[in-house]
Design a protein around this ligand. Structure first.
Ligand code: AMP
Ligand code: GLY
Length: 421
């Protein structure tokens, strides 16, 4: 088979890496890909959001399956466009991806179908939102309705900060049209767990659990980032919790989407917060998470192509999906200054030694080759992933791997995988 993966970060590298292990795959393409991906797939210079470009490439090159990984093209209807031309595509259609691309919609689904989540109100008018805020307890959470590069959520400690958030989202439109509506919701306390699940709209199969470290510095200090590291499994997600979530969250969400005539097929990501009252949904993502995928896929025993096929053909119930009992830890090596200002273009050395001597796998997030040299090209540069019998072993192994790699101004957290809650 010829498969095209759309996207170019660490998540896409992990997906391409897993697909490359399938005996069913003859040729892999990635658009646009990155330095690491170019070693195992042919990278093509088409933007991940270019629906016409991706469709034309798939048609002209006899692509058997297109896997759309990022949120933007899913929200814009890339899967619908590919299907309309007869191309097999993995990922939710636009009307189902709406579960991620509109927070007002996803909150409405949860309310209508009694899926546990934070209490909330939706506003289309900044004056009303600010009036409402006057009578609330703080902290409170202000969220832009649409996709905002992961920056559309503001946890406001007091009225002034909340008002400022409303004004910047709704009046100054810092996130553009994503801020036409906003959600104001109750602040929930508790640790967060990420559950990615395969679903064909009939059956939902949760993958192994993982946890993300979102803040830039150790001990969860500093600004929020796209993720500084992940580990799997979570220490707090028990089998009882998994059973509760299947009955009260996962299955009801799939059923709700069917009732709304928005059948969800692809990967559905449940961002859970484990409150004293039990797990609640913080957010849905209509795709694999990044960097969760970098610790989840290395534990998958099945051929990923078989799973993608079963999802597309709505035969997921016929597959037995199996996981490795080993734990996995992924440490992100970032450019100094990320997530704010940072410089790129620095040479990266030590990757081969790290892989050979430490047995780790590097998933590239922001790298590119230039004249035979591997250079940094983004905020998050590499995800160094280790698999070992325990989380502690995987952690030690991952940091050994990190120690072999260098580039100028490298920043990574030293406590990935330590989190106990
Ligand atoms: P979201 O994009 O909705 O997942 O929000 C991003 C992050 O903001 C989450 O991963 C949480 O860390 C935090 N967050 C969002 N909603 C809430 C909430 N209701 N209570 C506490 N933290 C929240
Ligand atoms: N790790 C969170 C996300 O992929 O959105």
């Amino acid at each position: 088979m010829k498969i095209l993966v759309v996207g170019g970060g660490g998540r896409e590298h992990a997906i391409v890496w897993k697909l490359a292990q399938s005996p069913r795959v003859k040729k892999l393409y990635c658009a646009p890909g990155n330095g690491g991906i170019s070693k195992i797939a042919e990278c093509i210079p088409v933007k991940a959001t270019d629906i016409d470009g991706i469709t034309a490439f798939a048609l002209n090159n006899g692509i058997d399956m297109v896997m759309v990984a990022p949120d933007d093209p899913l929200a814009a209807g890339m899967v619908d466009a590919l299907e309309a031309k007869g191309v097999r595509a993995f990922g939710p259609r636009k009307n189902a991806a709406f579960l991620e691309s509109s927070k007002a919609f996803s909150k409405g689904i949860m309310k209508k179908y009694s899926i546990p989540t934070a209490k909330y109100e939706v506003f289309e008018d900044s004056g009303r939102a600010i009036e409402y805020l006057r009578y609330q307890d703080f902290p409170i959470v202000v969220k832009a309705d649409g996709l905002a590069l992961g920056k559309g959520v503001i946890i406001a400690q007091g009225f002034d900060q909340a008002q400022e958030a409303v004004n910047s989202i709704m009046s100054d439109k810092v996130f553009g049209k994503a801020g036409d509506k906003l959600v104001i919701e109750e602040f929930l306390h508790g640790p967060e767990v990420s559950i990615l699940a395969f679903t064909d709209g009939k059956t939902v199969v949760p993958m192994v659990s993982s946890q993300d470290h979102k803040r830039a510095y150790d001990d969860d200090k500093g600004p929020n980032t796209g993720g500084m590291g992940t580990f799997s499994p979570s220490r707090i997600y028990t089998p009882e919790m998994a059973e509760y979530c299947m009955g009260n969250i996962y299955k009801p969400t799939i059923d709700a989407m069917n009732k709304e005539n928005r059948k969800f097929k692809g990967v559905l990501y449940f961002g859970l917060i484990i409150t004293p009252e039990g797990p609640k949904v913080l957010e849905y993502n209509a795709r694999f998470g990044d960097p969760e995928t970098q610790v989840v896929l290395p534990r998958l025993k099945n051929d990923l192509v078989d799973i993608f096929d079963a999802v597309i053909d709505e035969k997921l119930a016929s597959l037995n999906i199996e996981w490795d009992n080993n734990a996995a830890v992924c440490v992100i090596m970032a450019s100094g200054g990320y997530p704010e200002k940072y410089a790129t273009g620095f040479e990266i050395t030590g990757i081969e030694a790290s892989e050979k001597e430490c047995g780790v796998t590097e998933f590239h997030a922001g790298t590119k080759y230039d004249g035979g040299k591997l250079l940094t090209s983004g905020g998050r540069v590499l995800g160094v992933t280790a698999v070992a019998p325990t989380l502690e072993d995987a952690r030690t192994k991952a940091y050994k791997g990190v120690g072999k790699i260098s580039f100028k101004d490298m920043h990574c957290r030293k406590d990935i995988g330590v989190k106990r809650n």
